[in-house]
Ligand binder design. Structure first.
Ligand code: ATP
Ligand code: MG
Length: 435
């Protein structure tokens, strides 16, 4: 007899079946032994009466791998409304040591327990609630891909071992590459732009490495980044709209298709509109200063507290938890951004539930202007890390723009977790390199 999955037991009432999985819970009730068996589809409840079957489970700890043959009976109080009777048990992999984590109870996500949570990841993730975070993450990533394929984007893979730092600055991991200095890619920025010259529309979902020396709840040193780049835009509006439509589509879809998972994680209610409100950074500084009395009007970027504040403000005033903060001051402009010529760069931050999830700029696509901006930023266009990039412009790149979007932050915020690391299987930060 072939194994079936626990989720299909409800269609087998009265039939004999075989299931396999991990011993998830064991308890004695009124002289009967009840066990829960976990497989990839969920839990099944099994009632064991026969003495010799109960005896097989003696000393078997949670995590033991079992195969069980039995008859499916209706039982409204059991998961899925059915349970297995007349069980014949075989032990496939016995586990005699007690699990270091109590996987049948919700795990603590309090900040003082996060280290324990991550240290025991492979076991702790067997907790059903914990698993939901990563099922949501997997589906969300699938929705992103589906949206982009539908919009004619090609998925690419760019190298992560590179010669230069695309984003500049100090946040770069350097390493010895057969005697040469190399860096771990901070983003696929240069490569995705080059590929606009080939495919027009490209995207990549891949790790990006940021040597962030600060310990915050929103930074890790290995980020899973969604990078998008699209060519032949009519104007900047096309870029803002594409990223807005993508986020509206995938976040709404998670809330529509995964209500049970979100509920078990106590995710907040979603307040989102198809058109995200837009405020200039200067407007946000003014509004925030007026409301809080903390003067931020001299700030260039938004402060973390302003990011939180404007999302709350937009939720209340515009009925939308996602906001575009437009008009990045020119002094924060990267060499590949398009200059608006009015003291701002053509770049916006997309904020969601209090944090920046993406920066969405139009790029400078004109060769002469780009070279000028590189030189002004102290970058040699002929340097090893940049020569090929510049050649793509010399030989024809259309007007284009895109975004870099942190998948980890997006998952964190969609679920309403408190720390980005809770949304990452094996997070990396200043102190953590294992597991
Ligand atoms: P922040 O100012 O919040 O540190 P950033 O502006 O430096 O972010 P970008 O270079 O714009 O980040 O990267 C694009 C996106 O990638 C960010 O909006 C964010 O979602 C994500 N991201 C960047 N750096 C990190 C990091 N260290 N940890 C987690 N996510 C990150
Ligand atoms: Mg940014």
């Amino acid at each position: 007899m072939d194994r079936i999955l626990n989720r299909d037991l409800k269609d087998q009432v009265g039939n004999q079946v075989v299931i396999s999985g991990w011993l998830h819970k064991k308890r004695l009730l009124g002289g009967l032994t009840f066990i829960n068996l976990r497989d990839r589809s969920g839990l099944a409840q099994i009632v064991i009466k026969q003495k010799d079957e109960v005896e097989k489970l003696r000393g078997m700890q949670l995590g033991s791998v079992l195969t069980i043959k039995g008859t499916v009976k209706e039982e409204p109080r059991a998961p899925g409304g059915v349970e297995i009777h007349d069980a014949e048990i075989s032990i496939d992999v016995p586990v005699e040591d007690q699990s270091p984590v109590e996987i049948d109870k919700p795990l603590s996500h309090k900040s003082d327990n996060l280290d324990t949570l991550f240290d025991y990841r492979p076991i702790g993730l067997r907790n059903i609630q914990e698993t939901q975070i990563f099922k949501i993450r997997s589906e969300l990533t699938r929705y992103i891909r589906e949206f982009l394929y539908k919009n004619d984007f090609v998925e690419i893979n760019s190298p992560k071992l590179v010669a230069g730092a695309a984003e500049g600055g100090a946040e770069v991991f350097k390493l010895d590459y057969f005697g040469q200095e190399a860096t771990l890619a901070q983003s696929p920025q240069l490569y995705k732009q080059m590929m606009v010259g080939v495919f027009e529309r490209v995207f990549e979902i891949a790790p990006a490495f940021r040597a962030e020396l600060s310990a915050t709840t929103r930074h890790v040193s290995e980020v899973t980044m969604l990078d998008i780049e699209m060519g032949f835009i009519k104007g900047y509006e096309d870029v803002l709209n594409m990223v807005q439509d993508l986020i509206f589509n995938v976040v709404s879809r998670v809330y529509k298709d995964m209500p049970e998972e979100l509920k078990s994680l106590r995710a907040p209610e979603l307040v989102l509109k198809p058109k995200f409100p837009r405020y200039t950074m200067a407007e946000i500084h003014k509004l925030y200063t007026k409301d809080t009395g903390n003067d931020t009007t001299k700030e260039l970027d938004l402060t973390p507290d302003e990011e939180r504040w404007i999302c709350e403000y937009a939720k209340e005033h515009d009925g939308c938890e996602a906001v575009y903060a437009t008009g990045l001051p020119k002094s924060k402009m990267k060499f590949y951004h398009m200059d608006n010529g009015d003291g701002t760069a053509r770049s916006s931050d997309l904020l969601f539930r209090g944090v920046e999830i993406s920066t969405v700029p139009q790029r400078e696509h004109r060769y002469d202007k780009l070279v000028e901006q590189m030189k002004a930023a102290g970058i040699d266009p002929e340097a090893k890390g940049f020569a090929a990039y510049v050649s793509a412009f010399k030989y024809g790149l259309p007007a284009h723009g895109g975004c870099g979007l942190g998948i980890d932050r997006l998952v964190e915020k969609v679920i309403g977790l408190a720390n980005i690391k809770e949304a990452i299987l094996f997070p990396r930060d200043i102190n953590r390199l294992a597991p």
